[in-house]
Structures are given as C-alpha cells and as structure tokens.
Design a protein around this ligand. Structure first.
Ligand code: 13P
Ligand code: SF4
Length: 368
C-alpha cells in the first residue's frame, strides 16, 4: 500500500494502489455495503460534496436542512459527508446511542477555525465592560461546538445562511446589540438587508488588541461582527460581476451570502445553497445564470439543467478544499469499519458542551 494512505483508516482500505482506489471496485463495494447496512445506516451529504460522493447520500441539503434532518433520524450510524462542524452538529442533535462518522477527519472549515472559545470569551468580557446595552450573541453554524455552547449559555442562538434574518431579528428583539461570529459577511449582508446602516456595524478582529475597537466604537455600534470569512466565497469579486455585466448583460447573478458586501450588493439575488438550487430550478429554460458559490454545486446544477446555462461567477472555479477531502475511499473505509462493528472517525462532542450547544440549536430550530 502507498505511504500516502498510511493513516488510521488503513485497516479498512482495499489493499490496492492509488489509481485503483478511485476505480469502480471502490464504488461497487460502497453500494454493496450501503445496501447491507441499510437498517442501521443513513448517509447525509452537503451540496458542496463531489458527485462521486453525493451519489451515496440518502439525504442531501444545506446546513439548515441537514441539521433538521439529523434531529429526526433513527438509524444507529450517521455517516456525514460534509465538514467537521456539520458532523458535530449532527452529534449534538442525535441521541446518545447514535454514532456520527466523518469519513475524513481532516475535513474542517477554515472559517470555523477563525474563532475559538478563548477568543470569544475574551471579546465578550471586553465588549460588556464598555457598554450598558444588552448584547445578544449569535453564531453562524459554521463554528466549533464550544462556540455553540457559548451562545447556548449566554441567551444567544445559532443561525445558518437560510435563517440568519429570522435569528438576527429575534436577537435584536431581546437586546440592543448583536455580536455575530465568525462570518462577518453573512452578518453584515443580513443586517444591511434588515435596514441596519453600515455605520452602525463594527468589526472585532481577534488578532488586534481590544479587537481593534475603541470603547466609543463599541458604545455606538448596534452590530459587532467578528473578523472571519469563507475563503471560498471571498474568491468572488466585484470585478467578476463588472466583467460579466459587460460581456453578457442578460446573465443573472446569484450569490451565497458568505460573499463580501460589494459582491452581495451588486448581485441580482442571494441566498443559501438550497435557495440557489430552488432559484435555478424555477428559472425558465434558456436562462443564463452565473453563481457565486462552491464549484461542485455549480457544475452539478449545470449538468442537471442542460436547457439552462449555469456558470461560476469566477473564472477561477472556487473550490472548498476541505469539503473536497471526502473521497469514496474514505467512505468505503468508514463503511467497512461499521460492518465490523468497529466504527472509525467517530465525532463525539463532550457531554457538557453538547448540552449547552443543544440549547442553542433547539432555539434556532424553534425560531426558524
Ligand atoms: P449553507 O449550507 O447554509 O448554504 O452554507 C454553505 C456553506 O458554506 C457550508 O459550509
Ligand atoms: Fe467552510 Fe467556506 Fe468550505 Fe463552507 S465553503 S465549509 S464556510 S470553507
């Protein structure tokens, strides 16, 4: 076996070369094991997964749909084809007996890594020292379980890109200020859409002393955004929009709200991955649509609707490299391990963190 595959999943991999690992045998065995384990297994897949993985998903969806589904599942094993924070969310929403598995433990999220609990605690203490106003914390679901626990314990909530507006509205009905992390863009775009001017928003940068803010700025702000972003969606620029408007004015532009403010504001439409999928499905035949989101989803939509022209807004094909880590070979090793009643790559959130995080997840599901 190649050294490349020397990791903890080795025991469950086929004893073949790299090329063979991608061949039909792997796919064939996955289908067989999926059928054999059908009574105890459900496979979830986020829209950004690759076609050779998503084909095995029993349920596909955006972050909100997958969280809702995870709360309803009754199968013992939940194989999550997505990234780490999604598997953690599924673990918190499922029962104690259920086992959540992430096929590749290296499938993280660079945005989620931009805020940790220590930084959030420090920012929270400092911000509260400089205002009498009640600050309500809201975290985007794209974060570590410890941050979900933080909002659970501090009367806040979690949101996804589908329900951010509803959750922020709820938060601002309970306090005078909103602290939103880790994605500044989703926070800014949503608040602006809700009528909050940019001047009332400040950005807290955890890498700067006091977040780079003065006490005066904190006092005057309604919204405190965290300095975090998705490197995939930051790849879309206003220059891409301008070039397209010039070359193909009839093309409609739809983007994910993780894109930066100028891109979001200049696009024709914006919404979560599920929203984008719906909008494209409803568009009349012959439509030309440029999409500002991850390339695997864009390519899948283009293949699904041959009567429409669906392209990426960026010529550089923005790819989520962590989602991309989930490959059929890791799916196979996970399935083999389940088949031997010895699951690997199990995601288990510590009990106390899960209990606090669940309060916030339930709050989110109730509000939306
Ligand atoms: P949604 O699933 O809410 O569309 O978010 C996209 C994303 O970036 C997931 O990591
Ligand atoms: Fe994280 Fe962005 Fe990838 Fe989503 S697309 S998992 S936010 S890096």
């Amino acid at each position: 076996m190649l050294d490349l595959f020397k990791n903890k999943q080795d025991d469950f991999l086929p004893d073949v070369t790299e090329e063979q690992l991608n061949d039909e045998k792997v796919i064939e065995e996955i289908w067989k094991l999926k059928e054999k384990l059908a009574d105890q297994l459900v496979i979830l897949g986020h829209h950004y997964q690759q076609d050779d993985v998503i084909q095995f998903a029993d349920i596909t969806g955006d972050s909100l749909k997958l969280a809702r589904e995870a709360a309803k599942l009754d199968k013992k094993y939940i194989l999550f084809c997505g990234v780490h924070f999604m598997a953690e969310t599924a673990d918190m929403l499922s029962s104690e007996e259920q086992v959540v598995i992430l096929p590749d433990l290296n499938a993280g999220c660079s945005m989620a890594d931009m805020a940790n609990r220590e930084q959030i605690d420090k920012a929270w203490a400092w911000l509260n020292q400089h205002t009498e106003d009640k600050i309500v914390p809201v975290t985007y679901i794209n974060c570590d379980a410890h941050l979900k626990a933080f909002v659970g314990d501090n009367d806040g909530s979690i949101c996804t890109s589908s329900n951010a507006e509803k959750i922020i509205e709820w938060a601002l009905s309970r306090g005078q200020k909103l602290m939103f992390f880790p994605d500044q863009h989703l926070g800014r775009n949503t608040c602006f859409k809700m009528g909050i001017p940019l001047e009332e928003m400040v950005v807290y940068n955890p890498n700067m002393q006091y977040g780079g803010l003065t006490p005066e700025q904190v006092k005057n702000a309604k919204v405190i955004l965290w300095y975090g972003y998705c490197s995939v969606h930051q790849g879309f620029t206003v220059e891409h929009i301008q070039a397209l408007r010039k070359d193909s004015p009839e093309t409609k532009i739809i983007v994910h709200p993780e894109c930066n403010f100028d891109v979001w504001k200049n696009a024709d439409d914006a919404g979560s991955t599920s929203y984008i999928i719906d909008a494209i499905e409803k568009a009349p035949a012959g439509s030309k649509i440029a999409v500002g989101t991850e390339i695997n989803l864009v390519n899948r939509l283009n293949a699904k609707y041959p009567d429409k022209n669906i392209t990426s807004l960026s010529p550089y094909q923005c790819l989520c490299t962590t989602m991309y880590r989930v490959r059929p070979r890791w799916l196979l090793s996970s399935l083999r391990a389940i088949d031997r009643s010895h699951p690997i790559n199990v995601i288990k959130v510590p009990k106390d963190i899960a209990a606090s995080g669940l309060k916030a997840l339930d709050r989110m599901l109730d509000i939306s």
